[in-house]
Design a binder for this molecule. Structure first.
Ligand code: FAD
Length: 524
């Protein structure tokens, strides 16, 4: 007879199975540690190939598909709005829907140097310490691409990608002729036979590498890990000794408790802080939930000089010419893979609508779907690019915890004046960089990327300004770690997943060492 997971003292309980939780759980299980994954959403069927639908309103239908079930309530620059965010809630978290562009941040994203002063004084763990974990992640996630010609990193772990389409090749040449430095973007895709790339969709073949295929599934295959899906963690119960004693959860509606030597919060940057706050744990610095960042999306279309039929969606072109310009942090530019990201365009247009003066005329909102289709048609041979503008941490930008409604995601975000100014300069620089080519921006409004939340439980060296120590252990809680995007003190100018995964591997190694050393439940 199978032992009830409630009757086992696990080495590690991992709450949430996204990029952070999945990757950490795999590493620990491969080291022979017993791991229990608790995931609020479903496992889903491997054959599924759907994307996130921002307009599906039924919470049951959303749950079954692995979408976050309820709306986010947001106050953006003082305007209140509600919407279904681009968030996954199932095995693999948001990453099963992601576009799998896994890019390294740059040295100055983490380190404070005289040439590149860091806005927060630098991460507590520097780039040189992270480098072997970036290498490991690139290997584990089968990342293909070519190095950034402007970069200084050798990046020997990248695999050679398949050849790009002739339309991408043509645009590539146009950009080089402009003096730009495009390169083949870094994708976590194995390109197995019949690969559909699955940009923005669930992959049915374990070809796209995400928190499920590169994390939970290989962890379960070791025989050391167990997964309970449809298991919502509601509270961590602390002991008097200063550690966590057990986890309270609702597993398919039934209240249960689970115990481990180490606990890892990996419920995502909009949920881990709320679970922490629901648990009445010490928040000495009053930083839990604060410093929320999203990245600002700057979407634009570019038409190649030569009329070559667009070979369809791809995310193969990236460039970092505007990453850091004239002492200013901006971010990378990459192809969006537009058809695959139709849902994201609808979401983008809905966001713009909800903050416009038309927002009170609710039926008009349905037209954003039509507009998205028109946009895709209108842009015909154009390729849609997105500039990922780094936003900086501000304590007033935050996710809230409400004891009356603990499951509701409620955020406040103000666009800082410096961000608005930096964004204006980012747009001007984009126009200038591509000036020989036809270019059109897709939006006038500043647009947060709600699929990239981070920063809400940042790590740091000082308990008075951070939630976690350098090992991502909560200050003042001996056996509780956080490895989702919450830990990031700054959002960097690249997509977040490679950084989240690399950090999860680093923390996993540390946890394994403390378990091997037979430490009690008060780690350093
Ligand atoms: C459409 C889209 C495209 C993207 N494209 C890219 C890309 O190309 N490259 C890139 O780097 N990033 C991309 N991202 C962002 C990336 O997916 C996220 O940054 C990343 O997946 C976040 O991982 P995470 O581990 O922090 O948390 P999440 O993925 O949010 O995982 C958290 C998990 O915890 C579970 N959970 C939450 N609360 C509880 C609870 N109470 N109990 C139990 N479980 C709980 C959730 O169900 C979820 O499965 C994209 C995102 C979207 C939406």
């Amino acid at each position: 007879m199978k032992t009830d997971p409630q009757d086992i003292l696990w080495d590690v309980i991992v709450i949430g199975t996204g990029i952070g939780g999945g990757t950490l759980g795999r590493r620990l299980a491969e080291k022979g540690k017993s791991v229990l994954f608790l995931e609020r959403g479903p496992t889903g069927r491997r054959a599924e190939e759907h994307g996130l639908d921002p307009d599906m309103g039924n919470p049951v239908a959303r749950t079954v598909r692995g979408f976050w079930p309820s709306q986010i309530q947001a106050k953006l620059d003082g305007i209140e709005t509600r919407f279904f965010g681009p968030l996954g809630a199932g095995v693999g978290g948001s990453s099963v829907f992601y576009a799998a562009t896994l890019e390294r941040p740059e040295q100055h994203d983490l380190d404070d140097t005289p040439e590149h002063p860091h806005p927060t004084g630098g991460w507590p763990v520097g780039f040189d310490t992270m480098r072997p974990y970036f290498d490991d992640t690139e290997a584990l996630f089968h990342i293909c691409g070519y190095p950034d010609p402007l970069g200084t990193e050798p990046q020997t772990t990248l695999r050679a990608p398949p050849a790009i389409s002739s339309s991408d090749q043509s645009l590539f040449g146009d950009m080089e002729a402009q003096g730009l430095h495009p390169y083949h973007a870094h994708s976590a895709i194995k390109y197995v036979d019949g690969c559909k790339k699955c940009l923005g969709f669930k992959c049915s073949k374990s070809c796209k590498m995400d928190g499920r295929s590169a994390g939970v599934e290989p962890a379960l295959a070791t025989g050391h890990a167990t997964l309970l899906d449809m298991c919502v963690v509601t509270r961590l119960r602390a002991s008097e000794a200063g550690g966590i004693d057990e986890v309270e959860a609702l597993h398919r509606g039934v209240a249960k408790t689970f115990r481990a030597k180490r606990y890892v919060l990996a419920a995502g940057a909009l949920s881990s802080p709320r679970i922490f706050q629901a648990s009445d744990l010490p928040d000495q610095s009053d930083q839990v939930g604060r410093n929320l960042m999203f990245h600002m999306n700057e979407m634009f279309a570019i038409w190649p000089r030569e009329r070559i039929k667009n070979a369809g969606p791809s995310k193969d072109i990236a460039l970092r010419d505007l990453y850091f310009v004239e002492g200013e942090r901006q971010g990378m530019i990459q192809a969006l893979g537009v058809e695959a990201r139709y849902g994201e365009i609808v979401h983008f247009l809905n966001g713009a609508f909800d903050r416009s003066i038309l927002r009170k005329i609710k039926p008009l909102r349905h037209f954003t779907r039509v507009l998205a289709v028109i946009a895709i048609r209108m842009f015909g041979d154009a390729k849609i690019f997105v500039g990922i503008l780094e936003d900086l941490p501000y304590p007033e930008n935050r996710v809230h915890f409400s004891p009356e409604n603990p499951d509701e995601i409620c955020v406040t975000y103000e666009f800082a004046p410096e961000l608005k100014e930096r964004r204006k300069r980012f747009r001007s620089r984009i126009k200038r960089a591509f000036k020989g080519l036809r270019l059109r921006f897709l939006s006038h409004q500043i647009e947060p990327n709600f699929g990239h939340p981070c920063g809400t439980m940042r790590f740091g060296n000082h308990p008075d300004s951070s939630v976690l120590n350098a090992n991502c252990r909560a200050h003042g809680v001996g056996n509780l770690y956080v490895v989702d995007a919450s830990f990031m003190p700054t959002s960097c100018g690249v997509n977040p997943s490679l950084t989240i995964a690399a950090n999860a591997l680093r923390v996993a190694d540390h946890i394994a060492d403390t378990l091997d050393a037979g430490k009690g439940n008060l780690d350093g």
